[in-house]
Design a protein around this ligand. Sequence first.
Ligand code: TRP
Length: 336
Amino acid sequence: MEKKRIVTGDRPTGRLHIGHYFGSLKNRVEMQNTGEYDPYILVADVQALTDNFNNPEKVRKNVREVVMDYLSVGIDPEKTTIYIQSMLPEVAELTVFYSNLVTIARLERNPTVKTEIAQKRELFGESVTYGFLGYPVSQAADITALEGKIVPVGEDQLPLIEQCREIVRKFNSIYGEVLVEPEAVLSKEKRIKGLDGNEKMGKSLGNAIYLSDSEEEVNKKVMSAVTDPNRIKKDDLGNPDICMVSYYHNLFTDKDEYKTVCEECRAGKRGCVACKKQLAKNINKTLEPIREKRKYYEERPELVDEILIKGTEKARETAKETMKKVKKAMKLDYFE
Ligand code: TRP
Protein backbone atom coordinates (compact mmCIF):
# COMPACT_ATOMS: atom_id res chain seq x y z
CA MET A 1 0.00 0.00 0.00
CA GLU A 2 1.18 3.48 -0.78
CA LYS A 3 2.24 5.44 2.27
CA LYS A 4 0.25 8.56 2.98
CA ARG A 5 2.19 11.77 2.62
CA ILE A 6 2.22 14.00 5.69
CA VAL A 7 3.31 17.64 5.56
CA THR A 8 3.91 19.66 8.71
CA GLY A 9 6.17 22.49 9.69
CA ASP A 10 7.15 25.18 12.15
CA ARG A 11 8.27 28.76 11.90
CA PRO A 12 11.87 28.94 13.09
CA THR A 13 11.50 31.88 15.45
CA GLY A 14 12.83 30.22 18.59
CA ARG A 15 13.87 26.90 20.06
CA LEU A 16 11.04 24.45 20.66
CA HIS A 17 9.54 23.99 24.12
CA ILE A 18 7.56 21.35 25.94
CA GLY A 19 4.36 22.87 24.56
CA HIS A 20 5.57 21.89 21.08
CA TYR A 21 6.60 18.52 22.45
CA PHE A 22 3.15 17.60 23.72
CA GLY A 23 1.28 19.56 21.07
CA SER A 24 2.92 18.20 17.95
CA LEU A 25 6.39 16.66 18.18
CA LYS A 26 5.33 13.56 20.12
CA ASN A 27 2.56 12.98 17.63
CA ARG A 28 4.93 13.40 14.67
CA VAL A 29 7.35 10.87 16.10
CA GLU A 30 4.54 8.39 16.75
CA MET A 31 3.14 8.78 13.23
CA GLN A 32 6.62 8.46 11.75
CA ASN A 33 7.22 5.24 13.65
CA THR A 34 4.03 3.48 12.55
CA GLY A 35 5.60 3.14 9.11
CA GLU A 36 2.23 3.97 7.51
CA TYR A 37 3.19 7.46 6.42
CA ASP A 38 5.69 9.34 4.33
CA PRO A 39 6.27 12.40 6.53
CA TYR A 40 7.82 15.73 5.51
CA ILE A 41 8.64 18.50 7.94
CA LEU A 42 9.45 21.93 6.61
CA VAL A 43 11.32 24.60 8.46
CA ALA A 44 9.16 27.53 7.45
CA ASP A 45 11.76 30.29 7.20
CA VAL A 46 9.84 32.26 4.57
CA GLN A 47 6.72 32.15 6.71
CA ALA A 48 8.79 33.18 9.74
CA LEU A 49 9.92 36.24 7.80
CA THR A 50 6.32 37.36 7.26
CA ASP A 51 6.29 38.55 10.86
CA ASN A 52 10.05 38.81 11.37
CA PHE A 53 11.11 40.54 8.15
CA ASN A 54 13.06 43.00 10.29
CA ASN A 55 14.97 40.24 12.02
CA PRO A 56 16.56 37.88 9.46
CA GLU A 57 19.37 36.93 11.86
CA LYS A 58 16.85 35.46 14.29
CA VAL A 59 15.21 33.36 11.61
CA ARG A 60 18.49 32.10 10.22
CA LYS A 61 19.84 31.12 13.62
CA ASN A 62 16.71 29.28 14.60
CA VAL A 63 16.55 27.11 11.48
CA ARG A 64 19.29 24.88 12.86
CA GLU A 65 18.01 25.15 16.45
CA VAL A 66 14.61 23.86 15.41
CA VAL A 67 16.11 21.07 13.33
CA MET A 68 18.23 19.97 16.30
CA ASP A 69 15.09 20.01 18.43
CA TYR A 70 13.38 17.71 15.89
CA LEU A 71 16.30 15.31 15.84
CA SER A 72 16.63 15.30 19.62
CA VAL A 73 13.03 14.18 20.21
CA GLY A 74 13.35 11.30 17.78
CA ILE A 75 12.42 12.63 14.37
CA ASP A 76 14.47 10.22 12.29
CA PRO A 77 15.83 11.65 9.03
CA GLU A 78 15.74 8.15 7.55
CA LYS A 79 11.98 8.13 7.98
CA THR A 80 11.03 11.80 7.91
CA THR A 81 12.25 14.25 5.29
CA ILE A 82 13.26 17.57 6.85
CA TYR A 83 13.77 20.53 4.53
CA ILE A 84 14.05 24.31 4.39
CA GLN A 85 11.06 26.10 2.88
CA SER A 86 13.01 28.87 1.12
CA MET A 87 15.11 26.31 -0.75
CA LEU A 88 12.11 25.19 -2.79
CA PRO A 89 11.63 28.02 -5.30
CA GLU A 90 8.62 26.11 -6.65
CA VAL A 91 6.79 26.98 -3.45
CA ALA A 92 7.29 30.69 -4.06
CA GLU A 93 6.12 30.24 -7.65
CA LEU A 94 3.02 28.35 -6.61
CA THR A 95 2.23 31.06 -4.08
CA VAL A 96 2.05 33.58 -6.92
CA PHE A 97 -0.23 31.34 -9.00
CA TYR A 98 -2.53 30.62 -6.06
CA SER A 99 -2.79 34.27 -5.11
CA ASN A 100 -5.26 34.74 -7.99
CA LEU A 101 -7.55 32.15 -6.46
CA VAL A 102 -8.11 33.78 -3.12
CA THR A 103 -9.74 37.09 -2.30
CA ILE A 104 -8.41 39.67 0.11
CA ALA A 105 -11.71 39.55 1.98
CA ARG A 106 -11.36 35.79 2.45
CA LEU A 107 -7.85 36.20 3.85
CA GLU A 108 -9.02 38.93 6.18
CA ARG A 109 -11.72 36.61 7.47
CA ASN A 110 -9.30 33.78 8.26
CA PRO A 111 -9.66 33.48 12.05
CA THR A 112 -6.02 32.48 12.64
CA VAL A 113 -4.69 35.37 10.59
CA LYS A 114 -7.14 37.73 12.27
CA THR A 115 -6.02 36.73 15.76
CA GLU A 116 -2.36 36.98 14.82
CA ILE A 117 -2.76 40.43 13.28
CA ALA A 118 -4.43 41.60 16.49
CA GLN A 119 -1.47 40.24 18.47
CA LYS A 120 1.05 41.92 16.21
CA ARG A 121 -0.18 45.50 16.45
CA GLU A 122 3.28 46.52 17.56
CA LEU A 123 4.87 45.16 14.39
CA PHE A 124 2.22 46.16 11.88
CA GLY A 125 0.62 49.24 13.41
CA GLU A 126 -2.62 50.05 11.60
CA SER A 127 -1.93 48.20 8.40
CA VAL A 128 -0.73 44.70 7.86
CA THR A 129 1.70 43.64 5.12
CA TYR A 130 0.68 41.88 1.95
CA GLY A 131 3.06 39.05 2.83
CA PHE A 132 1.60 38.41 6.24
CA LEU A 133 -2.00 38.61 5.09
CA GLY A 134 -1.11 36.18 2.33
CA TYR A 135 0.80 33.61 4.34
CA PRO A 136 -2.08 31.11 4.18
CA VAL A 137 -1.56 31.10 0.40
CA SER A 138 2.11 30.32 0.86
CA GLN A 139 1.23 27.59 3.34
CA ALA A 140 -1.17 26.11 0.76
CA ALA A 141 1.81 26.04 -1.60
CA ASP A 142 3.93 24.25 1.04
CA ILE A 143 1.38 21.51 1.38
CA THR A 144 0.37 21.07 -2.25
CA ALA A 145 3.89 21.30 -3.69
CA LEU A 146 4.57 18.03 -1.91
CA GLU A 147 1.12 16.57 -2.57
CA GLY A 148 0.49 16.34 1.16
CA LYS A 149 -2.58 14.29 2.00
CA ILE A 150 -2.49 14.66 5.74
CA VAL A 151 -1.63 17.72 7.81
CA PRO A 152 -1.57 16.99 11.54
CA VAL A 153 -2.37 20.24 13.27
CA GLY A 154 -3.48 21.89 16.46
CA GLU A 155 -6.84 23.61 16.60
CA ASP A 156 -5.36 27.01 15.71
CA GLN A 157 -4.15 25.78 12.33
CA LEU A 158 -7.49 24.42 11.12
CA PRO A 159 -8.51 27.61 9.27
CA LEU A 160 -5.25 27.48 7.32
CA ILE A 161 -5.89 23.97 6.12
CA GLU A 162 -9.47 24.88 5.23
CA GLN A 163 -8.16 27.76 3.16
CA CYS A 164 -5.69 25.44 1.45
CA ARG A 165 -8.51 23.05 0.57
CA GLU A 166 -10.51 25.89 -0.97
CA ILE A 167 -7.54 26.93 -3.10
CA VAL A 168 -7.05 23.34 -4.25
CA ARG A 169 -10.71 22.98 -5.24
CA LYS A 170 -10.69 26.29 -7.08
CA PHE A 171 -7.47 25.43 -8.90
CA ASN A 172 -8.73 22.01 -9.91
CA SER A 173 -12.08 23.34 -11.08
CA ILE A 174 -10.46 25.95 -13.33
CA TYR A 175 -7.31 24.22 -14.59
CA GLY A 176 -8.13 20.53 -14.18
CA GLU A 177 -7.61 17.92 -11.49
CA VAL A 178 -3.96 18.43 -10.67
CA LEU A 179 -3.63 19.26 -6.98
CA VAL A 180 -4.12 16.87 -4.08
CA GLU A 181 -6.62 18.10 -1.49
CA PRO A 182 -5.17 17.67 1.98
CA GLU A 183 -6.99 16.76 5.11
CA ALA A 184 -6.34 18.22 8.56
CA VAL A 185 -5.93 15.69 11.30
CA LEU A 186 -6.31 17.19 14.74
CA SER A 187 -3.61 15.95 17.06
CA LYS A 188 -5.08 14.35 20.16
CA GLU A 189 -2.80 16.31 22.38
CA LYS A 190 -4.16 19.51 23.76
CA ARG A 191 -2.29 22.77 23.85
CA ILE A 192 -0.41 23.00 27.10
CA LYS A 193 -0.45 25.98 29.38
CA GLY A 194 2.48 28.11 30.46
CA LEU A 195 4.20 27.98 33.86
CA ASP A 196 2.22 31.08 34.82
CA GLY A 197 -1.12 29.48 33.97
CA ASN A 198 -1.45 31.38 30.69
CA GLU A 199 -3.42 29.38 28.10
CA LYS A 200 -0.42 29.40 25.83
CA MET A 201 3.20 28.53 26.39
CA GLY A 202 5.40 30.84 24.39
CA LYS A 203 8.71 32.54 24.17
CA SER A 204 7.29 36.05 24.20
CA LEU A 205 5.36 35.20 27.36
CA GLY A 206 8.47 34.00 29.20
CA ASN A 207 6.58 31.01 30.59
CA ALA A 208 8.12 28.16 28.64
CA ILE A 209 10.41 25.25 29.39
CA TYR A 210 12.59 24.55 26.37
CA LEU A 211 13.61 21.07 25.28
CA SER A 212 17.18 22.32 25.39
CA ASP A 213 16.97 23.91 28.85
CA SER A 214 19.61 22.69 31.29
CA GLU A 215 18.75 20.90 34.51
CA GLU A 216 19.40 24.11 36.46
CA GLU A 217 17.17 26.15 34.15
CA VAL A 218 14.35 23.65 34.58
CA ASN A 219 14.74 23.69 38.37
CA LYS A 220 14.64 27.47 38.42
CA LYS A 221 11.64 27.73 36.12
CA VAL A 222 9.62 25.13 38.01
CA MET A 223 10.23 27.06 41.25
CA SER A 224 8.51 30.05 39.63
CA ALA A 225 5.41 28.09 38.56
CA VAL A 226 2.09 29.44 39.79
CA THR A 227 0.43 27.43 42.58
CA ASP A 228 -2.92 27.63 44.38
CA PRO A 229 -2.88 31.26 45.62
CA ASN A 230 -5.00 30.43 48.68
CA ARG A 231 -2.41 28.10 50.03
CA ILE A 232 0.02 29.99 52.19
CA LYS A 233 1.19 27.51 54.80
CA LYS A 234 2.02 23.89 54.19
CA ASP A 235 -0.98 22.61 56.15
CA ASP A 236 -3.51 24.81 54.34
CA LEU A 237 -5.71 22.55 52.26
CA GLY A 238 -4.67 22.89 48.60
CA ASN A 239 -6.53 22.71 45.33
CA PRO A 240 -4.42 20.97 42.67
CA ASP A 241 -7.00 21.90 40.03
CA ILE A 242 -5.78 25.47 40.06
CA CYS A 243 -2.08 24.72 40.49
CA MET A 244 0.34 24.69 37.55
CA VAL A 245 2.70 22.36 39.41
CA SER A 246 -0.04 19.76 39.62
CA TYR A 247 -0.91 20.44 35.96
CA TYR A 248 2.64 19.55 34.92
CA HIS A 249 2.82 16.61 37.32
CA ASN A 250 -0.07 15.24 35.31
CA LEU A 251 2.11 15.41 32.18
CA PHE A 252 5.45 14.26 33.57
CA THR A 253 4.73 12.15 36.63
CA ASP A 254 3.49 8.60 36.55
CA LYS A 255 -0.15 7.93 37.38
CA ASP A 256 0.18 6.56 40.94
CA GLU A 257 2.68 9.18 41.96
CA TYR A 258 0.39 11.87 40.51
CA LYS A 259 -2.54 10.55 42.52
CA THR A 260 -0.51 10.84 45.71
CA VAL A 261 0.52 14.39 44.77
CA CYS A 262 -3.13 15.46 44.50
CA GLU A 263 -4.26 13.62 47.63
CA GLU A 264 -1.50 15.04 49.78
CA CYS A 265 -2.05 18.54 48.42
CA ARG A 266 -5.79 18.45 49.16
CA ALA A 267 -5.09 17.14 52.66
CA GLY A 268 -2.51 19.84 53.36
CA LYS A 269 0.20 17.25 53.75
CA ARG A 270 2.54 18.40 51.02
CA GLY A 271 4.68 21.48 50.81
CA CYS A 272 4.80 23.34 47.50
CA VAL A 273 8.59 23.51 47.47
CA ALA A 274 8.99 19.75 47.85
CA CYS A 275 6.26 19.24 45.27
CA LYS A 276 8.09 21.51 42.81
CA LYS A 277 11.38 19.73 43.41
CA GLN A 278 9.73 16.41 42.66
CA LEU A 279 8.23 17.85 39.47
CA ALA A 280 11.53 19.34 38.31
CA LYS A 281 13.15 15.96 38.83
CA ASN A 282 10.53 14.26 36.68
CA ILE A 283 10.74 16.86 33.92
CA ASN A 284 14.51 16.50 33.91
CA LYS A 285 14.15 12.75 33.66
CA THR A 286 12.08 13.18 30.48
CA LEU A 287 14.40 15.83 29.04
CA GLU A 288 17.68 14.09 29.82
CA PRO A 289 17.73 11.74 26.80
CA ILE A 290 16.52 14.60 24.59
CA ARG A 291 19.37 16.83 25.82
CA GLU A 292 21.87 14.08 25.22
CA LYS A 293 20.74 13.53 21.66
CA ARG A 294 20.74 17.26 21.04
CA LYS A 295 24.29 17.49 22.32
CA TYR A 296 25.31 14.85 19.79
CA TYR A 297 24.04 17.03 16.94
CA GLU A 298 25.32 20.28 18.47
CA GLU A 299 28.79 18.78 18.31
CA ARG A 300 28.28 17.71 14.69
CA PRO A 301 26.86 20.69 12.77
CA GLU A 302 28.00 19.15 9.49
CA LEU A 303 25.67 16.24 10.15
CA VAL A 304 22.74 18.60 10.62
CA ASP A 305 23.63 20.35 7.36
CA GLU A 306 23.85 17.05 5.55
CA ILE A 307 20.39 16.04 6.78
CA LEU A 308 18.97 19.35 5.58
CA ILE A 309 20.69 19.23 2.20
CA LYS A 310 19.52 15.66 1.57
CA GLY A 311 16.00 16.40 2.76
CA THR A 312 15.76 19.56 0.69
CA GLU A 313 16.95 17.76 -2.46
CA LYS A 314 14.36 15.06 -1.98
CA ALA A 315 11.52 17.51 -1.29
CA ARG A 316 12.52 19.54 -4.32
CA GLU A 317 12.19 16.55 -6.64
CA THR A 318 8.52 16.26 -5.73
CA ALA A 319 7.98 20.02 -5.89
CA LYS A 320 9.44 20.05 -9.41
CA GLU A 321 7.06 17.29 -10.50
CA THR A 322 4.11 19.22 -9.11
CA MET A 323 5.29 22.38 -10.82
CA LYS A 324 5.47 20.60 -14.18
CA LYS A 325 1.86 19.47 -13.84
CA VAL A 326 0.72 22.88 -12.62
CA LYS A 327 2.39 24.74 -15.50
CA LYS A 328 0.96 22.35 -18.04
CA ALA A 329 -2.53 22.78 -16.59
CA MET A 330 -2.15 26.57 -16.52
CA LYS A 331 -0.87 26.63 -20.11
CA LEU A 332 2.47 28.00 -18.97
CA ASP A 333 4.49 25.11 -20.41
CA TYR A 334 5.76 27.10 -23.40
CA PHE A 335 8.64 25.08 -24.76
CA GLU A 336 7.69 21.62 -23.55
N1 TRP B 1 1.83 27.83 10.15
C1 TRP B 1 2.59 26.81 10.80
C2 TRP B 1 2.89 27.27 12.23
O1 TRP B 1 2.95 28.45 12.49
C3 TRP B 1 3.88 26.45 10.12
C4 TRP B 1 3.73 25.90 8.72
C5 TRP B 1 4.23 26.44 7.58
C6 TRP B 1 3.05 24.70 8.34
N2 TRP B 1 3.91 25.67 6.52
C7 TRP B 1 3.20 24.60 6.93
C8 TRP B 1 2.34 23.72 9.04
C9 TRP B 1 2.62 23.53 6.22
C10 TRP B 1 1.78 22.68 8.33
C11 TRP B 1 1.92 22.59 6.93
O2 TRP B 1 3.09 26.45 13.08
